[in-house]
Design a protein around this ligand. Structure first.
Ligand SMILES: [Fe+2]
Ligand SMILES: [Fe+2]
Length: 449
């Protein structure tokens, strides 16, 4: 009985997208294969499929000839060939069993229309459609809510639209026995369109991808990070998790070449004070963020993104004496042009990033607020603590800590300095609450409970 569709492509991301599209309406089984050889095995085991979708390059692999196999079995299956080479158009015509050709990357919508026209299995309309973790991981943020399926018709929301789904989230769910998430059937195609756009934008050509790696290396190469991690008693797991979050943030940023270029230019030098500042911030925001339940993986990712981007409008030279510049910028009477320019660097960075689709919305807001202060004497706007967002408050505290950890002193001295200054500066509200959590985890004098 013909009750299944066979999808053949060497790219697992492509297969995962097509499976989600099919589950939206197709009631039969779906089998996948990464090569002709695998496809032949599927056909041997399951008999004649209703339809085969196959990458044209795989179809023409003569070593394991799927077409020959089908012919011998007298299986006359409609075949949809996918290809990214326009010259294949004519070649496709020379295969009588090929009934349609689809351009790659395959549009889930176009694919669904064609499949609906050829299959005989009953069509279905489920309330939710499964989406593979790998599909959601291609997106910087989820384009819609996502759920786990506990039982038939019993779904629980685990991811909100606009939040990002991270490798750590996927590992967590896997550990609990889940293999996929579900989205509402009505959200399925808009989500797949976003995935298709994201997959197209991922740089795959040699020479572009390593750029992100180069930045990671510059941050990873900070020897100081090892000393700091040791002094703060971080476990290898925490360090590893932090590294992953930094990598994930870079994966998000690598979808925007312009930002990646700026970062590589700024973070290219392992020994520059800017790289040190950004590197320490990336690690500290991420590691300390894990002590706050409300931050979660998506919050940590946002903090790492802010760490990398918040000072992109600041001149490198400023970093040699950043504390002095911060003091000058907080004095609104100081109207010296270079001070005014520095005071505006938060606005300038936010402006540069405005409209960059890959960034979660509050990244821009945290950047705008990263020099505001608990006492309302920060810059550029001097807003009160109550108006500073939770994530921005946490970022400001951690940046203060980083500023205390200067290279010419030990980590313990830097922490002591942070504790003394903080006790005076953070005497109420969220600043006080978050400060107390931080010092309990970093200061031996206030050991974590
Ligand atoms: Fe900074
Ligand atoms: Fe700044």
């Amino acid at each position: 009985m013909k009750n299944y569709i066979l999808l053949v492509d060497k790219d697992e991301n492509t297969l995962a997208v097509l499976v989600t599209a099919l589950k939206h309406f197709y009631g039969g089984k779906i089998h996948q294969a990464l090569s002709n050889e695998e496809a032949i095995k599927v056909v041997e085991r399951n008999g004649e499929p209703e339809v085969i979708l196959i990458d044209f390059q795989i179809l023409t692999d003569i070593e394991h000839d799927l077409m020959q196999h089908l012919f011998q079995q007298k299986f006359f299956v409609p075949i949809i060939a996918t290809s990214d080479d326009p010259q294949h158009q004519n070649l496709v015509n020379s295969y009588p069993m090929v009934s349609a050709r689809l351009d790659k990357p395959v549009s889930a919508k176009a694919f669904s229309y064609i499949i609906k026209g050829v299959v005989t299995s009953p069509l279905v309309s489920p309330s939710h459609v499964p989406v593979k973790f790998t599909t959601l991981l291609t997106l910087p943020v989820a384009g819609c809510d996502a759920y786990i399926k506990l039982a038939q018709d019993n779904y629980i929301k685990v991811l909100n639209k606009g939040d990002s789904f991270t490798d750590a989230d996927a590992a967590n769910l896997k550990a609990k026995g889940f293999k996929e998430l579900h989205v509402l059937a009505s959200d399925c195609f808009s989500l797949l369109e976003e995935v298709e756009a994201a997959l197209e934008k991922i740089p795959t050509a040699p020479g572009t991808a390593p750029d992100a790696g180069q930045t990671v290396m510059a941050i990873d190469a900070l020897e100081e990070m090892q000393t700091l991690a040791k002094a703060l008693g971080w476990s290898p797991e925490l360090l590893e998790k932090t590294k992953k979050a930094v990598n994930k943030a870079l994966k998000v940023l690598s979808k925007n070449q312009e930002i990646l270029d700026i970062l590589n230019q700024k973070l290219g030098d392992v020994n520059s004070p800017y790289t040190r500042h950004v590197g320490l911030l990336c690690y500290l925001t991420c590691a300390l963020g894990s002590y706050f339940d409300w931050v979660g993986d998506s919050g940590k990712e946002k903090l790492v993104l802010v760490s990398m981007l918040h000072d992109l409008a600041v001149d490198e030279a400023i970093y040699h004496d950043i504390n002095a510049w911060n003091a000058k910028a907080s004095d609104f009477k100081d109207k010296a042009p270079e001070v005014v320019r520095y005071r505006m660097h938060t606005i300038e960075a936010a402006k540069k990033l405005h409209g960059v689709a890959v960034l979660p919305a509050d990244v821009e807001q945290i950047i705008l607020q990263h020099h505001e202060k608990a006492d309302g004497r920060g810059f550029p706007r001097g807003i009160s603590a109550a108006r500073i967002s939770h994530l921005a408050t946490l970022f400001i505290l951690i940046e203060d800590l980083v500023d205390c950890l200067s290279e010419d002193r030990t980590v313990d001295q830097g922490i002591e300095d942070f504790v003394i200054k903080g006790k005076e500066a953070y005497d109420n509200g969220n600043f006080k609450k978050f400060f107390e959590v931080i010092i309990r985890h970093i200061s031996k004098k206030f050991p974590a409970a």
